[in-house]
Structures are given as C-alpha cells and as structure tokens.
Design a protein around this ligand. Structure first.
Ligand code: AMP
Ligand code: MG
Length: 423
C-alpha cells in the first residue's frame, strides 16, 4: 500500500478545515463504518455477539414429555384414593434413568421408577415424587393421589418447534447461548467483528518497561484504545507507536493497512501546534481535520484514507491527551463500531442524575466531565477537573457527565445527563 501522494491540490498541512458539532462529527464517523457482513461462529464463541437473523427453533423444548421429579410414573387413575393411611401398592415394572432411549409403555396397574429428565413411558400421565412413597424397587407403596399431569414436563411447553426463539439483534449472553445449544445448534449467525488498528504518535513516547529519560512519558493511549475497542466487542491490533515524523508514520501505516482492516484509529498529532504528524501526513489524502465543539476532544479528524489500487481505509484521528482520546472514542467511535455489528443499543446506557455540586461549563461546547455516580441517592459528582490530561481521575470515574451546548452553569440538584461507562 502506498498513500497516494497528492500532487493534488492538497490543503496546506496543518490547516483546520471547518468546525463541526458533536452530532455532525458523529454522523461522519458512523458513515465510515457500514454494517459488517454476516458470519457463522461456534456457539461457544458467540458470547457478546449480536444475532444477525431470527433464530427459528428446529425442535421443541422439552423435546419429549419427561419427569420433573425423581419418583414413580403412574396412570393417575391407579392411585386414586391413595393416602397416608391408605397407600396404594403397585408393582414396579421398569426403571427409567435420565437418558434411557428404549422406554416401554406402562401397563395399567403398574408403576415405573423414573428420574428427573427421564422420558415418560407411554400410558403414564403423572409422576408421584419419591418422598410420597416407600421408594420400593420391586413394588412401591404410594401414599398420595395426584391428578394427571402432575410433575410431567410436556413436549414443547417451554418453546414450540418452528417459532422464533431469539430475534435478530439479540445480544448473545449466557441464556441465549444456552438455548441455542439446547436446540442442538453448533453455530450461530452474527455480524463480523470489525478489526481495528491503533497507532499512537508522539516523539515523547516510550514503551512501558523501558527506561524513561527526562522529557519522555510512557505510551498509554495505545493499550487504552485497544482495550476500549475490545470492550466494544471488536478485535484490536496495536501497531508500534511512532515519533512525530511523517515518513515514519506513513511507513508504519503502509506496512499494515490493507483490505480487511475496518478502521484505523490514531492518537495524537492533530491539534494546532507544530509537529502535528497525523494531520501533516493525512491532510489531502481523504481525511478531514476539523474542530468539534466539544470539550475535551476539540481537534478531530476522520475520513477514508485513499490508498493505491483503489483500496481505501476508514481512519479516525483522535487527540493525544489521554482523556480527550478516550472521551472521543466513547462519543464518536464506540457507538459507530457497535452499530456496525448490528447492536440494538450502540450507545452507553444514559440516566439522569442530580448534580452533587455547582459546575461551570463553556456554553459554546458540549462538555463531557468525568464523574462518579452515587446509585443510592442518584447524585453525580465530578472527579478531577475538566483538564484532559488527568488520567488518574479518568481511572476513578464510572460515568461521563454530559453538559450540553447552551448551558454555562449547573447548580446542585439540577438534572444532569450521565453515561454509564460500566454498562
Ligand atoms: P498531542 O495530541 O499529540 O498534541 O498530545 C497531547 C498530549 O497528550 C501531550 O501531552 C502528549 O504527550 C500526550 N500524549 C499523546 N499521545 C500519548 C500517548 N499515546 N500516551 C500518553 N500520552 C500521550
Ligand atoms: Mg503529539
């Protein structure tokens, strides 16, 4: 892959093309990620995936009439009048453990010892639980009468055959995986997980585990974004981080970007300073750099990077400050990735909480503050401050407080929209 070198009328590297609202930029990013195709995955690997088609039951559940108790299968008429002082005694014709496949019919006037989940013999219509008998194996004394149907699980009473058990768009958790297996399915049809590359930039960055020299910091956005991508249900691949060097940046991208990559996310190098490597390398190659009316995360870029051979690859360029980077991922990328997988709830769960303190907010921007929600009294309090380098506060937060455009102050007790980050 070679980034098509625009001998084209490239905008001046480093210029910011336009200003956008949060919603406008969300729509731009969402348009880069169309729905992925439908694939078949083993049921055991389907956790967290989204069912792509209605699941029609190939058989009924239970698949046959079976006992709900350990006890004795009988004809209800044969135990009419049985009681503690007047037990009915019946010969035990056969023993039916769970899994027996050659169960004979039950002759009138006999009982069959039966275990939970074992098939009911033809002719039997009730199960007397073992606690109401003497537990005999040749003959059994039954000390209670029970109507027909007692402790019998009938075929199809849970799920009928040929009906929709799970609708398209269902997120597959433990119960949904269980019903698929119970129906005998080995695979399920789901939308493919987008594969996302992560590329961090910055000449100051050092891999954790190495020695740090004055002026250097450890690289943390790469692992953070890769984890966030996986949390969103996608697969992530971290490329080696690069210095603020356009040629090195292009080289690393060119080594890896090819068909089969659904998205490249970069961090850093998109704001208004000098050495903005991402902006300098990608301006004029299909990626637009804009200022979004939000805080943190004002400088953003997105577009379809044009490669040779007609290949193109969606790219979203996030700012480098760790809080800006993750908040931007939450606002723009996560919902788009989840929508591409057919997720019925691409967004984080949203609740309205009460402000636990007075806050000021810039009226011309949508502000996302890190918060902790007290679920007991429904109040939310800020952790840290709006500054976008406060990774410690980000790591303690469990929600984002959304302070909309047009609002310059929140007072204690005011309603605040909150995105739950662990939901
Ligand atoms: P930039 O957006 O490249 O101007 O970076 C803004 C701030 O974020 C600077 O203080 C960078 O050192 C920091 N930063 C950028 N990339 C990373 C990263 N991958 N890990 C940790 N901090 C970063
Ligand atoms: Mg940088």
């Amino acid at each position: 892959m070679v980034i098509v070198n625009a001998a084209a009328p490239a905008p001046q590297p480093g210029t910011i093309k336009s200003a956008r609202t949060v919603d406008e930029h969300r729509a731009v990013v969402a348009a880069l990620l169309p729905p992925t195709e439908v694939v078949e995955v083993p049921v055991a690997e389907a956790r967290g995936r989204v069912l792509a088609e209605d699941l029609v039951t190939p058989l009924a559940l239970p698949p046959f009439d079976n006992s709900a108790m350990d006890g004795y299968a009988v004809r209800a008429v044969d135990v009419v009048g049985a009681g503690e002082s007047s037990p009915v005694e019946l010969p035990v014709a056969t023993d039916i453990p769970a899994g027996r496949v050659d169960v004979p019919a039950l002759e009138p006037g006999t009982a069959a010892r039966i275990m939970t989940g074992a098939p009911m013999p033809a002719g039997a219509d009730a199960v007397i639980q073992v606690e109401l008998t003497d537990g005999g194996t040749e003959r059994v004394r039954i000390a209670a009468e029970r109507p027909a149907g007692t402790h019998v699980r009938t075929v199809g009473e849970d799920v009928a055959a040929g009906v929709v058990a799970l609708t398209a768009g269902t997120v597959l958790g433990a119960p949904q995986i269980a019903i698929a297996a119970a129906l005998g399915l080995a695979t399920l049809r789901v939308r493919r997980q987008p594969h996302v590359l992560v590329l961090s930039t910055g000449s100051e960055l050092v891999e954790p585990g190495r020695e740090l020299r004055p002026g250097q910091i450890y690289e943390s956005n790469g692992v953070m974004l890769a984890a966030a991508i996986r949390d969103a249900g996608c697969t992530a691949e971290q490329l080696r981080s690069v210095a603020d060097d356009v040629d090195e940046f292009r080289k690393v991208l060119q080594e890896r970007v090819a068909e089969g990559v659904d998205l490249v996310i970069t961090s850093g190098g998109v704001s208004a300073g000098a050495y903005e490597v991402v902006k300098d390398a990608l301006t004029g190659h299909g990626v637009d750099f804009v200022r979004v009316a939000m805080q943190p995360g004002g400088p953003q870029g997105a577009g379809r990077l044009q490669l040779d051979d007609g290949i193109s690859c969606p790219v979203v360029t996030l700012p480098g400050n760790p809080v800006s980077s993750l908040v931007s991922f939450e606002v723009f990328v996560r919902p788009a990735l989840r929508a591409a997988m057919g997720h019925p709830h691409p967004a984080r769960p949203v609740v309205t909480a009460k402000a636990g303190e007075d806050l000021r907010s810039p009226a011309d921007k949508r502000q996302f503050r890190r918060g902790v929600l007290d679920a007991a009294d429904g109040t939310v309090r800020e952790v840290g401050s709006p500054a976008s380098h406060l990774l410690g506060a980000l790591a303690r937060a469990d929600c984002l407080m959304v302070l909309p455009e047009g609002l310059d102050a929140v007072r204690v007790g005011d309603p605040v929209e909150v995105w739950l980050l662990d939901g």
